[in-house]
Each structure stands twice: as C-alpha cells, then as structure tokens.
Design a binder for this molecule. Structure first.
Ligand SMILES: Nc1ncnc2c1ncn2[C@@H]1O[C@H](COP(=O)(O)OP(=O)(O)OP(=O)(O)O)[C@@H](O)[C@H]1O
Ligand SMILES: [Mg+2]
Length: 684
C-alpha cells in the first residue's frame, strides 16, 4: 500500500496530471499550484484527449485534474473511458461554469470532486487535491480489507453465515454451503433460516428449554458460544449422528448492529462435528469396555482360586467311600453350584480377552456348516434361518469353539428378539478395510477381513440399550432369562482374535451385527486332536515340583496328587522351588507351576530356568488368568496349560498325559451359548 499522504507529501512531490486544451488555463492552474507552500507538486500538462489517455497509461500520477471541455470530447468521457486504465487514480473535474447536471454525472462516473475554475484559489485547490488523494487511500485500504475478509471467508475451514433480523441466511461462505447443504440460489432467495436449526446436547439429543438460543441473539443480543445444533433429517432423539443425513454443528454466533445500534442480524460460525462426535463416542465406549474388562478379569482371577479350592475339597470328599447318601447329595450340589459359578467366570474371562485360546486355521463357512443342523432346533420353528456363505473367504486363525460361540450367542439373541417369529440371516463375506474406513471406526484395522453378518428382523434396540449391550451383566431380559453375558463374551472373543464388531439396530425394524475377523495366510498351526476325557484317571510314582503361592490351593493340590500316589515337592514361590530343586538334586519329573507368584519370579521364568537345567522336564502352567498370559495362544506356543478352577481328576489326568507325552494341552470345554438351556460346563 502507498505511504500515507500526510507522511509522504513533504518529502515526495505530489505528481499531478493536468488535462486542459487551453494553455491559459494551464498557466493559471500552474500558478495556483506554485503558491501552495506546504507541499511540493510536480505538474504535467497535456492538452488533448489522446495525449491524456497515453499519460494515464503510464500510471505515474497521484491525481488527475481534468478539464470538462476537451475539443470535440469532454473530460467526463475521458473520466469514464479511463476508469479501467487509470485504476483508482483520483480525478477532479474542472469546469468553466458550474452545472449541476455535470456535477452529478461526474460524481456517478467516480470523480473525486468537481471544481469551478473561476472560483479556485491556491488553498481551495490544495485542499481538494489533498482530500481526493486521502479519500482514495482510505478507499484503497477499505478495498484491501474487504479483499482480505473475502479470501478468509473463501478459504476458512469453518462455515460462516450471516443471517438477517428474521434469521434468514443471506450470506454463506463456501464451507458453510458445504456443511449446511446450501446452494447460492437458496442463499439468494433467503429461503433458509438459522432459527430452524435444532438445539441439542453434545450427543445430539434434542435439548429442552428455549427452542433456540440463536433466536435470543436477535432478541437480546446475547452471543452464543460452543452450542450444539442439529440439521437435516434423523430428528429422533439419539439417532445415530452419522446416519440418516443428520449433521451436528458446533455453533458460535454474535449479533450484528445497524447504524442506529439496533440488532439487524447475526454472524454465525458453524463446524460439522458429526464425525468427531461419533468417533469420540466410539472411543469412550472402547475405553469403558477396557476398564470393565480389567475389573472383570481381576474379579474372575480371585474367584477362580476360591472356586478351585471349593471344587477340590468337594472332589476329595466325594472320593471318601464312607459318606452317607445325604452328604453325597449335598456335596454334589455344592459341586454343581461351583461349576455354574465357574461357567460365569469363564464368560467373564472371555469378555476381558484373558481366556486361553487355541487357534487353528478355520474356514468360517465350514464352522457355519457344522452348526447348520443345530441352529434351527435352537431357533424354533417360527424363525426362518438362511445361511449364505460367501465365496473365496480367506481362512481365519481362530479358536473354533470360540467362533462357534460367537455365532450361537448372536443367534440366541436374535431368537429372543423375535418371539413371534421372523427371519435370521447369517452371512459371510470377505471385505478389504482401507484407511478411510479405519479413520471413522477406531476399532477397525486396515487389511483383509472375513465378515460374519447376523441380521434379524426382530424388535431392535433403542440407542440407550445399544450403547450398553457389550457390558457384562447388562440385560433387558427378565430375571432368570438372561445373564447379560452373551454379547460381553462375543466382544471379548472378537477382541482377542484382533477383530471388531459393529451393530446397527432400529426399534421395530431389526438388528444387524457384523463381526470382522482378520483373514490369515495359508500356513496354519494345526493342533493335535484332544483326547477324550477318561473316567478313571491313572496316577503314578513320579516326582512333581508343585509351585503355588496360594497356601490353601498348594495344600489341596498336594493332597490330590498324593492321593494319586505322586511324590509332591511343594514350594510357595519361584525362589523356594529352586531351593527344593537343589535339595533334591533335580530329581523332578514334572513342574506344575502357577503363572504369577510373588517374590520376583514368574512361573514362566521358573520354568525356563529349570528347563535349562533339565531339558527333559515336563511343565504345566496353571492360571485363572494372568497378565503374562493375556492373549497367549497355547495352540501356537505349544505349551501345556491348566486353567483354574480345576477338579482333582482333571489335574491328575493332565499330569498323567503330560508325563506320558500323550497330550500337550487340555482342550477347554465348549461353552454353551448364553441363553440356551444347556448346563454350564466346568472349565478345566
Ligand atoms: N438381536 C438383538 N435384538 C434386540 N436386542 C438385542 C439383540 N441382541 C442383544 N440385544 C440386547 O442386548 C442385551 C444384552 O445381550 P446379551 O446377549 O449380552 O445378554 P442377554 O441375551 O440379555 O443374556 P444372556 O445372553 O447372558 O443370556 C439383551 O438383553 C438385549 O436387550
Ligand atoms: Mg444373549
């Protein structure tokens, strides 16, 4: 921008172009200008129209004094013609006599002033020149400011709208057009009002109270900060923000005032926060699930130890031949009750993804095929089942019992959602997940996935239910009908298999669950088939180093193993186990160790140390769960594992098998689908 005239004038002469066909007039003007004391002027004179155009073309002047009469043409014509040439050069029209009409024309054509030659003196001329140049500078500053604001508006990532005193939008920048789905025509017609936006809370639920605080801006001038509004369809409370075209806006707004200080509109900035809110909700949900998972796992771990003791002692007592029939009956009831409790715990462990699992390379279609005969019986006659196996599914590295459980739990829920019958569709497909998808689904990963889709046309769920369905013990079913562990289990299994779940549901329409499991390469780890449980367990004379920090459990297990005639060397920690080992000069055939023990040495470390000393040593790890084993794959890692709680005959059987080398790992028993009438099995 040019320097300010006031500062510039004393140093730099003001360059004046005089266009006048009369030399006498030129001399008069030159003399007037020379009388001005305060400022220096540099005057250039041209006496005809064409020479004036050429001079203007050079863009070397600060102001042009233009005679009205220029031979056959007029100064007014020159003014009009030169506007595009001379840009914003201020021009003053000079005339012999005053003529109101010419004055008006000159003003319309953009002349800075209109002066009558005969009435001019040096001061008047100087003043007119100064005002014209200063006025032009002010206009230039304004133009640049307007230009700047225009560019900011164009490039702003925030939508900006201006509304009039009735709330009608009369300006929207590009981003606002995009966010609000406006066209230039709609804005021009002023057919859209900010007062139609619906005030919501941060989750997009309609807010009670004043229908719109934007209205209050017009009434009281009170600005709005960080308010949430919804536009578009999907007006129902709690509608999924990303669905049905509803857009959630973060809104800031301030009033606009007219020259008289009255509110005549408002300027509103809008940001589309639909995706951000959906993402935040998903993140909150997964954090919540994570902490519930930790809590569940902690509880399950402690209860497992207690259940092992209850089951162990019950088992021991039941082996006593002299018990009367009533005592046997009571003991069996204690045993059955603790088995049921163990079943719950196993579901909790599945939920918290801390259950031991054994992967195989599975064809999901084959898993469904295996369930095909059982599912209709479980669903009942009123429900039509259709299974559509997709083609070219990659195999998945998964625990077959767990995958079956996913299908069963989802199917049972669908059945319960369709008490009067309906349709259940179970589909498989392969999907490629890309980066864009991952951005909007924080639990998803990019890559090739097998998708299991379970669709029912049952009662559906409302949002408040849908938000909680994966929480353990959340159920909407009557007492005794549901434990609320079905979906928690599904969630845990899917997470443990590095997949994720998506749910869509609408009240009265139905529900769709999608389970995504990562596709695996061809090379899979196939497990040795598990041997059926035998009724009578063989004991042995081998020496077992038993390490367990829970004293009651240590004592109980020692007692059990001694009943099976083993020689048991008990140790309460890793360090003690090493001492016992040394005392017995390594005369140990099998180490049965807990995974986490106090004293700084884990079962893993103890096993590694003893294995180094005696490579032929057989090892069994026991655990309810522990963090070292979190997500550990016993199929892949080729370990022998004993899940707590265990029954006496089960630990005895596993020890015998491990010593004989006939079994690597006890297979966890299948868990019945939640909500089926099958009894809960005892975890091994
Ligand atoms: N397909 C579905 N349609 C409608 N609601 C469902 C569906 N699946 C789950 N739900 C809702 O989610 C809740 C939790 O399901 P979940 O399977 O975890 O427990 P449950 O079925 O109530 O009990 P459980 O499975 O332990 O017997 C259900 O009580 C029900 O309200
Ligand atoms: Mg269920």
């Amino acid at each position: 921008m040019k320097d300010d005239l006031i500062q510039r004038m004393p140093a730099t002469p003001v360059r004046v172009l005089l266009v006048d066909d009369d030399e006498d007039d030129y001399i008069i003007t030159r003399d007037l200008i020379s009388q001005v004391r305060d400022h220096a002027y540099q005057l250039e004179w041209v006496d005809n129209y064409d020479a004036a155009l050429t001079a203007l073309h050079r863009h070397e002047h600060d102001i042009c004094l233009l005679d009205f009469r220029l031979g056959s043409r007029t100064g007014l014509e020159l003014l009009q013609e030169s506007r595009s040439l001379s840009g914003r050069l201020p021009m003053i029209l000079l005339t012999g006599q005053g003529d109101h009409e010419i004055d008006m024309e000159a003003m319309k054509a953009g002349a800075a002033d209109y002066l009558i030659k005969g009435q001019l003196d040096a001061d008047k001329l100087e003043r007119a020149i100064r005002y014209a140049i200063e006025g032009q500078h002010a206009e230039e500053r304004l133009r640049r400011e307007r230009d700047l604001i225009g560019r900011i508006m164009e490039t702003s990532p925030v939508g900006i709208v201006v509304a009039d005193e009735t709330g009608k939008i009369n300006f929207a920048n590009l981003q606002a057009e995009k966010i609000l789905g406006l066209t230039k025509e709609v804005v021009a017609r002023k057919s859209c009002s900010v007062l139609d936006w619906r005030l919501t809370d941060v989750e997009g639920n309609p807010r009670s109270g004043p229908s719109s605080s934007l209205k209050q801006i017009l009434d009281s001038g009170q600005p709005v900060h960080d308010a949430c509004y919804a536009i578009g369809s999907g007006t129902t409370a709690g509608a999924d923000p990303a669905s049905r075209g509803r857009v959630l806006l973060s809104v800031n707004a301030a009033p606009l005032f007219n020259a008289g200080g009255k509110i005549d509109g408002m300027v509103v900035s809008v940001e589309d926060i639909t995706a951000r809110l959906a993402l935040e909700a998903q993140l909150r949900q997964s954090q919540k699930m994570e902490s519930i998972g930790q809590l569940a796992a902690g509880v399950a771990h402690d209860i497992n130890n207690i259940l092992t003791i209850i089951q162990g002692h019950t088992g021991l007592l039941l082996n006593v031949a002299a018990l009367d029939a009533d005592s046997v009956k009571s003991l069996k009831q204690i045993s059955a009750a603790s088995e049921r409790a163990a079943g719950f715990i196993r579901h909790l462990l599945l939920f918290s993804s801390k259950q031991v699992y054994r992967t195989k390379m599975l064809d999901l279609n084959a898993v469904l095929h295996n369930l095909e005969s059982m599912l209709p019986r479980m669903l009942g006659e009123q429900i039509t089942l259709e299974i559509r196996g997709g083609s070219d599914l990659p195999r998945i590295a998964a625990d077959v019992a767990m995958v079956e459980q996913i299908v069963m739990n989802l199917a049972v829920n669908a059945r319960d959602a369709m008490p009067k019958g309906g349709k259940l569709l179970i589909e498989t497909s392969v999907v490629e997940i890309n980066g864009a998808y991952v951005q909007s689904h924080p639990e998803a990963h990019a890559g090739r996935f097998v998708c299991l889709t379970v669709i029912d046309n049952g009662c559906g769920m409302e949002r408040s239910v849908r938000q909680r369905i994966f929480e353990p013990f959340f159920t909407t079913k009557e007492v005794g009908k549901g434990t609320g562990l079905g979906l928690a289990t599904v969630y845990g299994i899917v997470k443990q298999h590095r997949g994720w779940l998506e749910v869509q549901s609408e009240l009265g329409v139905g529900t769709t669950f999608k389970v995504f499991l990562p596709g695996a390469g061809e090379a899979g780890h196939l497990l040795a088939a598990s041997k059926p449980e035998s009724e009578t367990v063989q004991g042995g004379r081998e020496t077992i180093l038993l390490t367990e920090d829970e004293p009651d459990l240590l004592k109980l297990t020692q007692e059990v193993l001694e009943q099976y005639h083993y020689r048991v060397l008990p140790a309460a920690s890793g360090a003690e186990a090493l001492r016992v080992w040394d005392e017995h000069h390594g005369q140990v055939d099998l180490l049965l160790t807990d995974m986490i023990m106090p004293g700084g040495m884990t079962g893993d470390q103890l096993a590694a140390e003893l294995k180094r000393r005696k490579p032929s040593l057989k090892i069994i790890y026991a655990s309810g769960y522990n963090s070292a084993f979190m997500g550990k794959d016993f199929g892949q890692d080729n370990m022998t594992f004993l899940a707590k709680p265990y029954q006496p005959h089960q630990v005895a059987q596993l020890i015998r098998d491990t010593l004989d080398g006939s079994r690597k790992d006890p297979c966890p028993p299948p868990i019945p689908a939640q909500g089926t009438s099958a009894p809960v099995s005892v975890p091994v």
